[in-house]
Write a protein that binds this ligand. Structure first.
Ligand SMILES: Nc1ncnc2c1ncn2[C@@H]1O[C@H](COP(=O)(O)OP(=O)(O)OP(=O)(O)O)[C@@H](O)[C@H]1O
Ligand SMILES: [Zn+2]
Length: 672
């Protein structure tokens, strides 16, 4: 009997038809994505598109079972699709694999509307938020998922029925006071953060004096020691000199002397600083003494000496007397070895910086040169402060914000995604079209968030997703697909024909029929102000000339802040049509904004676009690409971290604390 007959009898003919016909989008072909694709194929889903921007790395093979060694460096999505097809050769499935970023402009509103259901299998906040917004704009159900070690979660997001990914503000990543990082570290992580975000940036990253001063001023305003902050400013200025000479034969040695000897002596001169209880004075390190092994290694501070290291052995301070055997990366280096590694990695990195002077380097846990530098710097600093040293393996884990990826967790979550998808499909189309705001219909059980927890008796938990936040600026706004020939449509046409004429016909919530109210709109593209009732300088320019692109949004905001913003999502237009744009046949319903102003303003800084050419007048920043991985490892990491205080994130956090969530430190994964 073919596999499909079992599925058919299990699901029933109606649901089985939906499984066969519904077009599914899977975003991400990593740990969860591979498991998910395999499951979808085995269940009999026959119309699948999978997109991933990355190529296969050796470190993926321990849990992404659709990949084998010969596939290394090949695009994940393409290989995943090719392998998964073999799981169900008789079912006539169509898997369309794409190697690309889901944020690419071709993946616009029209594209997402082509799917009946979207499944996220991503590892970063930025892409998740992007897909969430697209799905909200297109009214396509989304199944969001994530894992963190043994924990995992699957959350259905359905427009108007459940909260969206952006309805809940995610807690800010863990941060440390500037002075702890720069002057008074007491734990290994403080030394790692210092090496990774401060020293690395000063020597090889973007040399941004203003940013540094701003950070220190902010710390001072936040109550940190004023004298110390002034000293840190001087210290930072001195780096400019050191950086200039980095490429010279004794460049790394000079860096060593500055940061591990001079700067420490300068700190020691600040007597008051060391009076505070619990502070341990650092010991300046000496290059020659370490190299000829005559330097007396400072003793470990009490607390550190009592904790075992990753190998379960006593911690050391790099004095070389307790060097451990073991895997290369799990061996503790002696003080001399750390110094040699510091000099060597400095040389490697400065050679790269000299070869490509316009490209600032950045820390990447999978880039051996940057990891060696952070390892050596962190351990040298730790030694000076009597803090336990860490192995390469531990530093990689801590600096890369790595949480172990567990294949079984991914597999369970991928299974739950399929279960969720069956429940949603069973209830479609009524679930996404019914006027009721209930997250269920008579056709099936309530829509629930399901999570995996570490309770052996009851490993799965569930909760009914909250209703959308009335203030959410992502899921409560209005979205209109605008097919437009950007080369022919001027801003004037957009404002006059589309906003002032077509949108004026919309139904405005709470407006009486005989009300003659005229809404005045301001037009933005991201953070750029393009036009307002008193600003029409750009009306003659085409949207193309104004750098408005496919996949972006032109947003009309009510000047009086009474109605919700309307986002026109730019899709590919017909260059042959007589009118350069086309719109839905009926204008939308425009809801009122909640009485108090929405807390989330457009995130980008607003710039007023003058008549300068677009290339110089835009301020909208593009998203940083996600780096691919190149090293061996058994872990997953989130691309973003936030070790140093981020005041904006914190402010946002205090503005709105609707719900308690736990979020893994580096990523965005939410555990209820
Ligand atoms: N914007 C994006 N567009 C398309 N795919 C994305 C995007 N952002 C992330 N991804 C993909 O999502 C997948 C997430 O999978 P996973 O969490 O297992 O990460 P990984 O990169 O495979 O593992 P690790 O980070 O541990 O090496 C990755 O394959 C990644 O390339
Ligand atoms: Zn929302």
């Amino acid at each position: 009997m073919p596999r499909s007959s079992y599925t058919k009898s299990l699901l029933g003919p109606e649901l089985y038809q939906k499984v066969r016909k519904t077009k599914i989008l899977v975003v991400g072909a990593g740990g969860i994505g591979c498991e998910l694709l395999k499951n979808l194929v085995l269940v009999g889903f026959a119309n699948i598109e999978i997109i991933d921007l990355d190529t296969i790395d050796l470190s993926n093979l321990n849990r992404q079972f659709l990949f084998r060694k010969p596939d290394i460096s090949k695009p994940k999505a393409l290989v995943a699709a090719a392998t998964a097809r073999h799981f169900n050769p008789t079912s006539g499935i169509d898997i369309h694999a794409r190697h690309g970023n889901v944020k690419d402009s071709v993946n616009d509103l029209e594209w997402i509307k082509g799917f009946g259901l979207v499944m996220n299998a991503l590892d970063n906040m930025d892409a998740r938020r992007h897909v969430n917004k697209l799905c909200q704009a297109a009214n396509v159900p989304l199944i969001e998922s994530g894992t963190a070690g043994y924990l995992g979660q699957v959350t259905p997001i359905i427009k108007d029925k459940t909260e969206c990914f952006d309805c809940v503000v995610k807690p800010a990543p863990k941060s440390f006071p500037v002075c702890t990082i720069r002057s008074t570290p007491s734990e290994p992580i403080h030394c790692i953060v210092w090496g990774k975000t401060y020293l690395f940036g000063k020597l090889f990253g973007e040399d941004d004096e203003d940013m540094d001063t701003e950070e220190l001023d902010k710390a001072k305003a936040g109550g940190e020691n004023a004298e110390e902050i002034e000293n840190l400013k001087k210290e930072a200025a001195a780096f400019r000199e050191v950086r200039k000479n980095l490429g010279g034969e004794d460049g790394p040695q000079r860096v060593f002397h500055k940061v591990f000897n001079e700067d420490i002596n300068r700190l020691l001169a600040m007597e008051d600083m060391w009076k505070k209880e619990g502070r341990v004075k650092p010991v300046p390190l000496e290059y020659e003494g370490i190299m000829n092994e005559s330097f007396a290694t400072p003793p470990l501070r009490q607390a550190a000496a009592q904790q075992p290291n990753v190998n379960g052995q006593a911690q050391t301070n790099g004095n070389g007397t307790e060097k451990k055997k073991g895997l290369k990366d799990q061996r503790e280096l002696s003080l001399k070895e750390n110094l040699e590694l510091f000099i060597d990695s400095c040389k490697r990195l400065s050679a790269r910086a000299i070869a490509y002077p316009d490209i600032p380097l950045s820390f990447d846990k999978d880039d051996a040169d940057t990891l060696d530098f952070v390892l050596a710097t962190a351990n040298l600093r730790a030694t000076a402060y009597g803090i336990a040293n860490k192995t390469r393996f531990e530093v990689k884990e801590m600096a890369g914000n790595i949480i172990p990826a567990i294949a079984t967790t991914n597999a369970i979550i991928a299974g739950l995604i399929v279960m969720q998808s069956l429940n949603i499909l069973r209830q479609l189309p009524s679930l996404s079209s019914s006027s009721s705001s209930e997250a269920s219909t008579s056709a099936g059980p309530a829509i629930r968030s399901v999570f995996l927890r570490t309770d052996p008796i009851k490993p799965l938990g569930h909760s009914i997703p909250a209703k959308a936040d009335p203030e959410c600026s992502v899921c409560r706004d209005v979205y209109i697909p605008l097919k437009v020939d950007l080369a022919r449509c001027t801003l004037g046409t957009f404002v006059n024909d589309i906003v002032k004429t077509w949108l004026a016909e919309a139904e405005f919530e709470g407006r009486e029929e005989d009300d003659e109210e005229v809404v005045e709109w301001t037009i933005f593209e991201g953070g750029r102000l393009l036009a307002d009732p008193d600003f029409d300088d750009n009306f003659e320019r085409t949207l193309e000339d104004l750098d408005v692109k496919r996949g972006k949004m032109l947003t009309a905001r009510d000047e009086d802040g009474k109605y919700r913003p309307v986002h026109f999502s730019i899709c590919e237009g017909d260059s042959q049509a007589s009118i350069p744009y086309s719109l839905p046949s009926t204008p939308p319903l425009i809801p009122l904004l909640p009485a108090k102003p929405a807390t989330r303003e457009p995130s980008e800084e607003i710039t007023i676009l003058d008549s300068m050419p677009p290339a110089t007048s835009t301020s909208v920043s593009e998203v940083t690409p996600i780096s691919s991985n190149t090293a061996v490892g058994t872990k997953r990491s989130a691309p973003d971290d936030g070790d140093v205080k981020d005041a904006t994130a914190e402010e946002e956090q205090t503005k709105k604390k609707r719900k308690v969530v736990v979020v893994d430190e580096d990523d965005d994964f939410e555990i209820l």
